[in-house]
Ligand binder design. Sequence first.
Ligand SMILES: Cc1cc2nc3c(=O)[nH]c(=O)nc-3n(C[C@H](O)[C@H](O)[C@H](O)COP(=O)(O)OP(=O)(O)OC[C@H]3O[C@@H](n4cnc5c(N)ncnc54)[C@H](O)[C@@H]3O)c2cc1C
Length: 418
Amino acid sequence: MKTIVIGGGVVGVTTAYYLAREGHEVTVLEKLNDVGQDASGGNAGLIAPGHSFAWASPAAPKMLLKSLMGEATAIRLKLRPDPRLIWWGLQFLRECTSERARINTLIKMQLCAYSQKELDKLAAEESIDYHQVQRGAFYLYREERELELGMAKMELLRSHGMEMELVSAEELAQHDPAFTSAKGIVAGAIRCTTDASGNCEKFTKTLAERCRKLGVEFRFNTTAKRLLKSGNRVTGVETDQGTFVADNFVLANGIYSPHLSRTVGQRLPIYPAKGYSITVPIADPKAAPTVPGVDEKTLVAWSRMGDHLRMSSTAEFSGYSRTWKHSDLSNILRTGRELFPNAANWDEVSARACLRPMTPDGPPIIGRGKHENLYYNTGHGHMGWTMACGSSRVLVDLMMGRRPAIDTTGMHVRSIRR
Ligand SMILES: Cc1cc2nc3c(=O)[nH]c(=O)nc-3n(C[C@H](O)[C@H](O)[C@H](O)COP(=O)(O)OP(=O)(O)OC[C@H]3O[C@@H](n4cnc5c(N)ncnc54)[C@H](O)[C@@H]3O)c2cc1C
């Protein structure tokens, strides 16, 4: 069985790996010159079912409105005459009820938790070192009242099996001395004890090596332009390097999946949400956090990646541009300097903008659409590193005619929801 996977991010490479293990002859088409370079290369590194909350919530429309009025909100909207943004935005707004937010969060949490187990299993079986840190994650709150509200919000995850504990500002430093400086700044934290972190790009690159041993072929600098079809079957993919044919095709090309699916008449509700991310060499290992986390006030996330610290923030709906200005980093740098002043030389960071492939409701799109041999594994939004192994395991189970280990309600191919 010959299968082409389009996209060499963490989702495409994990898909290729599980398919190869099932005996598929797999080719990965990737437009860049290596795997794991796009969103998979710039993320914050959290492997965090504790961070599963859907972005579409009753609070989101107000935040978007404030951002339109110029306030520096965590989720920002730059209005532009883009029919895709309007179509996507209307669906997003429909998901902003408390009931939809609850359902979407639980779908994501289930997938995240399953995925984390599959990641652990895969990494152990293939002896993959990806700078993993398995010491829980801190969700930091700067005010007592916010901490109380945070606990109330977390109750949804806790009551569905997520293990967590309340940690005082004093106790933070006992868990990880790098938080000593944060003592005067934060009121405390919620620690999700099973959350973790790791370097997604390193994982993806190492897994690609294991894939090669299983016979997977990687075609780099190859951009898929158009799918070719006959009836309800896809017959090939036209690229700038020629046409490739196969028995099955998997779309795992993140933010660009809707562009390709549209060439065979399938609309996908995925739109990019830009985030900014910095990587900085650690100057003093004791002053740099080992435990990953999120500052719930500034919504900056961090994780340690070997001798570097990665921090990221912001979700900006402003199209496909990856440009950034120094002022876009100020929230991250301020948070870094406040929480971990001696961890790094904060004037010497490398920075980038990258784009999350967001669905309006939050869960990714996994499975088949209207074509019998075209599969989707895309739209993983702000949690794709956490969800990758589980999503790919689910997709490959579906492709092999097996029932996946988790309920896939809410993850099916959808052009417009309900
Ligand atoms: C700032 C930021 C912070 C984040 N933090 C976290 C976090 O802490 N934890 C977490 O779990 N997730 C996080 N995420 C989300 C996570 O990074 C993504 O969901 C995940 O990387 C998506 O993986 P992917 O393989 O689908 O996409 P990508 O990594 O973007 O890969 C898609 C690949 O497809 C290729 N491609 C696209 N079009 C074509 C084409 N036509 N032909 C050939 N190749 C093509 C691209 O070049 C790319 O390599 C974050 C994302 C961002 C942006």
